[in-house]
Ligand binder design. Structure first.
Ligand code: SAM
Length: 254
């Protein structure tokens, strides 16, 4: 459950038939989702803990689960999607755990995940800054978050060619283009707005890569310097820093 009194998403809730329609359309994107999973898996440690914020039908989480013995959690505000994603993981015989909750108030412990990923959902969050801060909180120091979303300045031509390559039927294709034009683009952020949001968040900065209709926002939680140094076994340095080596904590030695 989430504690915030505000509606945690913008627009209408993605439950029931809307969730089913969305899953059907997004299935056409499985190729791109698979490539994204491969990219993300490149730098992941074995048995990494991954959190997907707003996984919807769970396609990316499941694609990642197929690539390694990762511990995958998906958190979504839609009960329909939590159920749909859990069933999909079961059908595909992979381990991924989906829970209900809000990006504004992630009901998971601090410093736990090696990667947080969020695709095609960030613009829907009612409290984007809180969502970024929550992603930062649950990440282990030295780990990263990747947010992938539509760019507000994507041109109509870019949107048409993106939707056309999905190979949808005529009616679905038209509906999808209308949803992009009248809803999604209105909610989306520009690169500059995303940069400002990231700068105001606990991440402090970001690296943003533009792609045909969207952008990939890369966010890093800096390593805990004292822990890193301790791991390197630089006892002299630790003594200089006044650290308690036995406990491995940044505690002043008196
Ligand atoms: C357009 S779908 C994207 C789903 C999936 N990430 C994908 O790539 O297909 C947007 C998702 O955001 C979820 N969502 C919206 N607001 C949320 C919030 N505050 N916390 C968690 N999930 C949220 C919706 O329930 C939905 O699953």
């Amino acid at each position: 459950m989430y504690a915030s009194a505000r509606k945690p998403y913008r627009g209408i809730s993605m439950e029931g038939r809307l969730a089913t329609w969305y899953a059907k359309i997004t299935r056409k994107d499985l190729g791109e989702i698979g490539r994204l999973a491969q990219e993300l898996a490149k730098d992941l440690p074995r048995a990494a803990r991954v959190l997907e914020v707003a996984p919807g039908p769970g396609f990316l989480s499941v694609a990642l689960a197929k690539l390694g013995p990762y511990q995958i959690t998906g958190l979504d505000i839609s009960q329909s999607f939590v159920q749909m994603a859990s069933e999909y993981a079961k059908r595909e015989s992979v381990k991924a755990h989906f829970i209900h909750g809000s990006a504004s108030d992630i009901p998971l412990e601090e410093g736990f995940f090696d990667l947080v990923v969020c695709r095609a959902a960030f613009k829907n969050f009612a409290e984007p800054l809180k969502a970024l801060n929550e992603m930062h909180r649950v990440l282990k120091p030295g780990s990263r978050a990747v947010v992938i979303d539509l760019r507000k300045d994507a041109s109509w031509d870019e949107i048409v060619s993106y939707v056309d390559q999905l190979g949808l039927r005529r009616m679905s294709s038209w509906m999808t283009k209308m949803v992009f034009k009248h809803t999604l683009l209105k909610r989306a952020y520009t690169v500059k707005q995303m940069e400002s949001l990231a700068a105001a968040s606990d991440f402090k900065s970001s690296e943003i890569i533009r792609n045909p209709v969207g952008m990939e926002i890369r966010l890093h939680k800096p390593p805990n310097v004292t822990e890193e140094r301790l791991r390197e076994g630089d006892k002299n340095e630790a003594v200089k820093l006044g650290l308690d080596m036995e406990r491995g904590e940044a505690r002043l030695v008196t």
